[in-house]
Design a protein around this ligand. Sequence first.
Ligand code: SAM
Length: 271
Amino acid sequence: MDCQFYIVATPIGNISDISLRAIEVLKKVNYIACEDTRVTRVLCEKYGFSAKLFDCHKFNEKERSEKIISLINEGNSIALVSDAGTPGISDPGSVLIKELKENNIKITSIPGACAVTTFLSMIPRTTEKYAFIGFIPRVKKQQIDILNKYKYTNCVFYESPNRLIETLENISEEFGYSTKIAVGRELTKLFEEVKIGTVTEIIDYYKNNPLKGEIVAMVFAKEASDISEDKLKEKIRLLKEENYSDKDIAIIISKLYNENKNKIKKLVLNI
Ligand code: SAM
């Protein structure tokens, strides 16, 4: 083998989603470094890989880098795999890759399954651009900050099924109840499901249907508002003349024009 270190993508659900080249490499290497040896053993048994397995996960990646470099220097070939999909994509790998690069070790990546690309390929988008932010932060303020940063592009994230509804409620509160969302659940598996709708529709759906398994989601790109600040102020003035409360005006205007509620609140207070 000309290369001694391989990054190999493995299935994200359907065990047949593995490339011929990935099989060839995993059959030939001396060692497979994997997140969880129990998970990778299932793949090895299915495809007849006989390489020695050892764990390499986020808690021992640095230490395992030293072991991997020594093994390569002794003439061994090694593949890195994660529990599912492409290593280094919201999975361990980047610490090891940095160490290998610093030691001038050639790296070959064998492409394959990845939840983000599998999901995106099924979503009709009005703009090709997207940002992938990995696992969305758990804290509401951090969620809103990062989604605001990418609000004019499609923003894709991984989320746990236990937190999805709360995250969608935060999105609805900040960006408006009609914000468009897509959710992919259990992709490539028996209960694969893709839902697209307003954030309100998606919340309602998952309050009434099972929300289990693995999730990837996307907030569609917001269209740049075509209403000027002067026009917004004019609308606010009209509602004030009709004696609507400041709070109601902020809600009405932000929902009508899909504007950030806090931005409108500030405008309301300054009029
Ligand atoms: N490296 C993987 C990849 O290439 O997609 C991602 C690993 S990350 C630790 C695991 C997360 O990816 C899950 O919590 C889920 O958000 C997403 N994911 C993985 N498999 C999925 C699937 N079959 N359907 C939907 N989302 C999936």
